[in-house]
Design a protein. Structure first.
Length: 398
């Protein structure tokens, strides 16, 4: 079996000294400032029907550093500032390629605090990581070891809203290899009562992490609401309490999804899912909270990149495919079927569990794609179009 080269990010928590925290906070602020200045310059040029690229913004950065007003940019490492310009270039490339919206300015309060360092701006030696402009290595909690002999090509330092510090190291992981071919295939129907229903009849319960912590979250939000805007440290502490509850919810949800997706990829050669538009579904005021808590989009993303890592196949069935109303035994299409109908009997005499039947039909449609070769582009809006689509995940660079 052909070996693959997978670049993988390993994320660890670390505890900076006061001097390191101050240096990183300055770097975050400078990264945000440079990004916003470059975005403003490119936007202004665009109004004049001119195009500004990365090289031109890099020259602008050199000029900004020479001004008295922006001289403080020289106090931090230049590499994260250059990386911010590269990220802006990528954002514009995605915009012009119709893959994303127009780039927006970074907010001091709401934007993610992060800085990216390339090999020239850090030293990794004997398991110790030292960043540019720092005298001491970071105090990293090595929850798991890096692959043997791995050397980071990029290091990203970040601080989340809960005040936790993280370092993410991008390395080439030789341990990720395609798994031996399996004979099993599975169809998956996602839901709210049960997070997943498999074509095998197995149902995976929905943990509803947000609902579990809803009382704790509401209490923290009430405390934050009582703090006035100018309340200083008290408001900051109240905001961090809210962020910690959200972080707890997100961490537990992500851990559960990692375990589920890893098991599904290891056990099955072909995995068939529905091509759902979650961003449209969360516009439903009655279901938005539950749909967001289920995190179907994150589940699909994890499933696809792990399948690519381990030589598996993920197929997405068109969202208009009537999986719930189609009898998986005789193929008869039923009429209207409200959501409260969880079990039904076909005219052929087969009694169906709604979700298990849908998962079986999703699997059958997906296998038809593998055998017959349906189109690879999702049929976004036409119910009478192709019923299933094979997913093409982007190829990772070696």
């Amino acid at each position: 079996m052909k070996a693959t080269h997978v670049k993988r990010a390993f994320k660890y928590r670390f505890y900076p000294t006061d001097a390191q925290a101050a240096e990183l906070s300055r770097t975050f602020g400078c990264v945000r400032k440079v990004y916003n200045l470059a975005l403003a310059a490119r936007t202004e040029a665009w109004t004049r029907q001119e195009r500004v690229n990365y090289s031109q913004t890099s020259a602008m950065l050199t000029a900004w550093k020479k001004t008295e007003e922006l001289a403080y940019l020289n106090e931090v490492s230049s590499v994260p500032l250059q990386q911010a310009l590269r990220h802006l270039q990528t954002a514009f490339a995605n915009f012009f390629g119709n893959r994303a919206k127009y780039p927006h300015f970074k907010s001091r309060k709401k934007s993610r605090k992060s800085a990216e360092y390339t090999t020239s701006a850090f030293r990794f030696l004997d398991g110790k990581l030292t960043l540019a402009k720092m005298a001491e290595p970071l105090d990293i909690v090595w929850a798991r070891p890096l692959p043997e002999g791995a050397s980071p090509s990029t290091v990203t330092v970040s601080q989340d809203a809960a005040g936790r510090w993280y370092v993410s190291m991008l390395v080439e992981d030789p341990t990720v290899q395609p798994l031996p071919a399996a004979e099993r295939a599975v169809g998956i129907d996602v839901g709210l009562d049960h997070l997943l229903t498999l074509s095998t009849g197995e149902k995976v319960s929905n943990p509803r992490y947000e609902r579990r912590d809803r009382a704790r979250l509401a209490k923290a939000q009430r405390q934050l609401a009582r703090r006035a805007e100018g309340d200083g440290a008290n408001r900051r502490k109240a905001r961090e309490k809210v962020a910690k509850v959200y972080a707890r919810i997100a961490d537990r949800r992500r851990d559960n999804l990692h375990k589920l997706t890893t098991r599904l990829v290891r056990e099955n050669q072909t995995i068939v899912i529905e091509d759902l538009t979650v961003r449209n579904m969360v516009k439903n005021g009655r279901l938005a909270r539950a749909v967001s808590d289920a995190a179907w989009g994150e589940f699909r993303s994890m499933l696809e990149y792990k399948a690519q890592w381990y030589g598996r196949e993920v197929i997405a069935v068109d969202r208009w495919f009537p999986s719930s109303k189609l009898c998986s035994t005789c193929g008869t299409l039923q009429g209207k079927m409200p959501l409260n109908v969880r079990e039904w009997t076909c005219d052929c005499g087969t009694a169906h569990d709604r979700d298990v039947n849908a998962a079986k039909n999703i699997l059958a449609a997906g296998l038809a794609v593998s055998v017959c070769g349906a189109g690879v582009r999702p049929q976004r809006s036409t119910p009478g179009g192709r019923s299933a689509t094979k997913q093409k995940t982007p190829r990772r660079e070696p």
